[in-house]
Design a protein around this ligand. Sequence first.
Ligand code: PAF
Length: 272
Amino acid sequence: MSVGLVPTMGALHRGHLSLVARAMGECDRVAVSIFVNPRQFAPGEDFERYPRSPESDLEALAGAGVHAVYMPAVEAMYPAGLSTAVHVTGPVGEGFEADLRPGHFHGVALVVTKLLVAARPDRAYFGQKDAQQCAVVERLARDLDTGVQIVVCPTVRDGDGLALSSRNQYLSAEDRRRALAIPAGLAAAATRFEAGERGSAALIEAVTEKLRAADATIDYVAIVDPGTFMEVETASPGCQILVAARIGTTRLIDNLRLGSDAAPSAGAFHTT
Ligand code: PAF
């Protein structure tokens, strides 16, 4: 009997439900965890105001037919005296998001390890939107001989191209319109890649141009090898273009695998 685990922090949207649907299609039993993990929020981040909607989450998961929902209290996850850390080193665990959100991946790696131990799944499901998180989790699952297959599922987007995120709730109508510069920038880079451009600098410029026009604050735009998270000067199919930018006070991330993902564009996506 195969077991699938879908780790979440709740405030479930269609992106999470696509992971659940994939797990339901591939596994005999599916467990979903809902735990807003305090350890992965850097000091001053949005832990307190992170959206929480347990009732509607449970309703959606019941509707999806999942077999178990795990909602541990913080004290159950992190009992007094807990002294073990899980750190993924090298560019995968230390660059980009780790630089900007100190301690973030230490929190993610610890909680995901504990969830894998608790559920002992055959497969665990994560969304590609959090590309570096996927790389961190793949690395730790392999390095710690968990035997768990990490399944990375495509980013789900709204009809206008914006990647679904629980944090989209923070955007005002005007900021949400400005946030479309992120998928538009990725689409522009994808178009240039399809037209033969391979220089990372030019592809990055295609993204930053859109972000600047929307007055977004850029944390980083980079092209990396998806396995190592090392930056590349020359992009090849499969390389990931990463974006992190702030629109007003809301920080959003997105990414695209050059040459393989469909470029996000308004009208190309359907809301259900
Ligand atoms: O992607 C998330 O929602 C979280 O980072 C995860 C994987 C559930 C760990 O808390």
